[in-house]
Design a protein around this ligand. Sequence first.
Ligand code: ASP
Length: 610
Amino acid sequence: MSVDYNKRTHRCGSLRLAQKGEEVTLAGWVNNYRDHGGMVFIDLRDHEGLTQLKFNPDTDPQAHEIARTLRNEDVIAVVGQVAPRGSNINPKLPTGEIEVEVRSAELLNKAVDTPFEISEFNEANEDLRLRYRYLDLRRPQMQEIFRVRHKLGKTIRDYFDDNGFIEIETPFLTKSTPEGARDYLVPSRVQQGSFYALPQSPQIFKQLLMIAGFDRYAQIVRCFRDEDLRGNRQPEFTQLDMEMAFVKRDDVMEMVDGCIQKIFKNVLDIDIDRPIKRMTYAEAMDRFGVDRPDTRYGLELQDITDVVKDTEFGVFKSAIDAGGVVKCIVAKGSAETLTRKITDGMTEEIKGMGGGGLPVAKVVASDDGGMAFSTGVAKFMQPFCGALAERLGLKVGDTVFFMPGPYEDASKYLHHARTRLAGILGLIPENRWDLLWIIDFPLVIWNEDEQRWDSTPHPFTAPIDEDLHLFESDPGKIRDQAYDLVLNGEEMAGGSIRIHQQDIQNKVFRLLNIGEEEADAKFKHLLEALQFGAPPHGGIAFGFDRWVMSLTKSSSLREVIAFPKTQRAVCPLTNAPGEVADKQLLELGVDVRPEIKAKRQAGDTAPSEG
Ligand code: ASP
């Protein structure tokens, strides 16, 4: 029997008791079926939800006949009447109070058995999910993620549109951009031997758009970085990229504050406080050991170098003598939870990161009714127990983790310990959204291996005006006009006021040891443009996928990208990247190196070293 599937009256999530008695047309996928001998029940699924269909052999034998042949994921359309479920209400389903008594049904397409269950969420192997991503995406959880993704994009576009920004597309086939990751390259057929780079960001183009006088630009744009994918990264990802002319740092941050407020309101119906709090890089490093602190819990780092400066304990003493620090974290009331096994495990982790370990001591009651240290480095720390108790507000049952060493190392290892402890001690609140701007980053950091200054994050970032005099005397102390937005310890956006004057740009290049030739080869198009009346300008980019991941509390970026790559940068669905015909390579004037060909023929596709 044919059903006008193109005349659906409702979607599968919308029917309620109010529609009782109405005739409706629905279409979708068989989510599951129950054949009760007589009656057949089917949950019909579409992008909006589920509706229970009832097929009665006595009243509608033809439809019932079809229903008996149906299996999961078959595509059907039905016409029927909305009826109350009586005592069989399903409170978990929005449509749980009704069912549709089917009068006619049509099987539109039969499905073969699916490689994994779609109706129930199960931890199907991720490779399999990605191989059949279109089936994986049928699951309601995935559908919801992409609705949030759409809503986020729309909120952002509307917000910037309301504020006078225009969207302008920037090229994908372009030259290296300054973010410093490895480029994806595309060989040119017309200019054999030349390569385009896919953009790591539209950074230079958006600056050129400001010089072109567009005043405010915003684009939701794909970016490409050929980075190690071990972390939670994707080779192609999406950014909200924006730039504004005639602005100072506060203007950009305030504009973003407004956008973030809108995002939380529209997507999660949460009101966030404005302005979003700010913290200097120096304070973040001092208190949390990292420039993207998770401020949802305490466990702050404390500097006790002055308290223990006279220690005879070897590792502490040598750290202090070498101009380093001794810092610590106090885990309040944790003595019982933090077993020896746990603290030993943490020590091993720090060693795995290249550190010397994680000295620990627990606070116990002493015989005289006061406090003493026990376990770990108790013996060495005992002389300082009183002073430390006062400085740190110690109580019996606390655990103290110490870290001696250069400031940067102590920060790095204690940040790791802090994050682990928060998890172990269950200190991370469920529904809290801690937003924080980090400002006043160092303009450059010293690269010990290469014995030179590196820029953070790219060489077009403007220094803070009052630090300009430090260029010759103490470059490491120059602060820049960058800002990073952090959410619950994740960097969610980053940008800066740019250098718009040629002489300052040259100073920075000189500091970074980028010669005129190198600067010209890489960035001539921008440097030239700066001479033609570049307005002061600045902007920011948000990791769009990261925002979707946070707002949907998803476990990885792969969950929020429709067709992502695996950690080996492969798409199991299309099998990209793939081999190409010799003819194509010939046209491009490129060849695969013989040793790589041999490796591939031997079935070895692991990337070569270096
Ligand atoms: N282009 C920078 C990035 O992708 C962001 C910015 O400075 O606007 O990280």
